[in-house]
Design a protein around this ligand. Structure first.
Ligand code: ZN
Ligand code: ZN
Length: 145
């Protein structure tokens, strides 16, 4: 597992429309393994990719580093259940943020009321970059996938 971005598949992201994402969105470029993680802020919705719900814990883990980096603290992945019983995973900066979300989303519950995954402490790394890729870097990254 990469000590900086918490997963061992260093070209796993972006998951959806990778070319579009790499070309047009600001990326967190892991200084340790080189993995690019979308960290684009959508000003219309006030959200980044990591704010959205994920289908599985594994997918949520792919984005956890961008949450930690943005919040400068270890964020948690929480398991949520919707009214129809569907399970999803969502990243929150704290238990308080989870509680706020549950208050606003009455159909959702979190059985444990605790995260199912988080890292122990937040760390910064010297070679991290947060920026758009050049077209040459996009091509190289895509070829390595
Ligand atoms: Zn993106
Ligand atoms: Zn990494």
């Amino acid at each position: 597992m990469c000590k900086e971005c918490y997963v061992d598949q260093s070209r796993m992201t972006p998951l959806l429309n990778p070319l579009e994402c790499l070309k047009n969105h600001t990326q967190y470029i892991c200084g340790t393994c080189g993995r690019c993680i979308c960290i684009e802020y959508d000003p219309n919705r006030g959200l980044q990719r990591w704010n959205f719900p994920f289908k599985s814990l594994e997918i949520a883990k792919l984005y956890l580093r961008t949450a930690d980096y943005t919040e400068k603290r270890p964020c948690g992945i929480y398991e949520l259940k919707s009214e129809n019983g569907r399970i999803s995973y969502k990243i929150f900066a704290s238990n308080e943020d989870l509680k706020l979300y549950l208050k606003k989303n009455k159909g959702k519950t979190c059985e444990k009321m605790a995260s199912v995954f988080s890292v122990e402490e937040y760390q910064e790394f010297p070679n991290t970059q947060v920026r758009r890729l050049t077209s040459g870097e996009v091509q190289k990254y895509m070829s390595e996938r």
